[in-house]
Ligand binder design. Sequence first.
Ligand SMILES: Nc1ncnc2c1ncn2[C@@H]1O[C@H](COP(=O)(O)OP(=O)(O)OP(=O)(O)O)[C@@H](O)[C@H]1O
Ligand SMILES: [Mg+2]
Length: 367
Amino acid sequence: MSNGPVLAIENLRTYFFSRSKQAFIRSVDGVTLHIEKGKTLGIVGESGSGKSVTALSTMGLISAEPGVIIGKIGLKTETVQKNLLRDLKDHVKINMSTGRIMSVYKDSLGWQKKINRLMKGIRGKEIAMIFQNPKLSMNPFSSIGKQIAESILLNTSISNRNEAKDKAIYWLEQVKMDSPRLRYYNNPYGLSGGMCQRAMIAMALSSEPSLLIADEPTTGLDATIQSKIVDLLAHLKTSFGVTTMLISHDIDVIKSLSDNVAVMYGGTVLEHGPARTILTSDYKYKHPYTAALLSSIPSQEHIREKKKLQVIEGDVLDTINIPDGCRFFERCNKVTDKIKEQCEHTEPDLREVFPGHKVRCFRFFRT
Ligand SMILES: Nc1ncnc2c1ncn2[C@@H]1O[C@H](COP(=O)(O)OP(=O)(O)OP(=O)(O)O)[C@@H](O)[C@H]1O
Ligand SMILES: [Mg+2]
């Protein structure tokens, strides 16, 4: 495989039409990010910033009527190199005025067929996903072992049922399930939340995916179980080096597992760079939103240094009426007279301000 990121998303836009408001919700509105082979990209941002919609777009799971996805989702693995949105636009007619989508006509059947074709051999095989609620994501009527074995038969070169069973048990061992041979026969509802999450991780890894997407994998589990799942994910990262998109509200989870971090706000990425600099409070090139976010979320650092949590003043961005200027302008406490005019009227680019570190803020460059 040639070099380059496994996942490279460029200017992704995923909009949903709200019938009640007769307007487009711009859930994802210009997301650009990339994940290098074997690395973990942590995605953070307030609720509603578009993290899950970015993940679901990557999995080809956006089907809301009439949802729109434009941009590029480049996937490059040992066997596949393609834009997961290729030619989807042929099934959509978008009327734009002054850069805004005014109306959309979508050939839904053609769209769905094209997505299914584009995602064939990708979803569940090249890209696997683990969600917040494992019990809802697994079939309640079948044993976890059988489900993992089915996934192995479907997504790997193994075609013998006994071999698939042995491999499923191997993966249950890898996720440190107690008594994997017995657990093989448990249905999801016969397991605790933590054990069920382990089973879902085993199922995701069993297809040996090139990209793993984990959307809030520890949320909803109690604290001790959470830290065990984080330890497990860290162990799996060193053992198997799976390229991972990790979405979490928990800064400590992001810190423990991420190599790089993307900070999302109002459907876009405001900062993208190495975890060690983005998550350090005194880094010079920090976006004001990242700084505010880090001081508003509880973390081990807050507890250790007895720091007070800050509130990010103002409301989360209304993604129907996105302003022309910087999305964070109304809430930003770092606007100076020198850049105010620009911040208010022009959206800054996501620009490299230090090798490998991009920020969307006029404090660090001018247009
Ligand atoms: N199917 C849909 N139809 C309409 N709007 C949607 C749909 N899915 C998501 N949205 C809206 O898109 C925005 C982004 O949602 P998303 O779920 O990606 O946020 P998030 O960053 O994952 O938030 P959280 O941290 O709470 O999980 C929200 O305003 C949400 O209400
Ligand atoms: Mg979410």
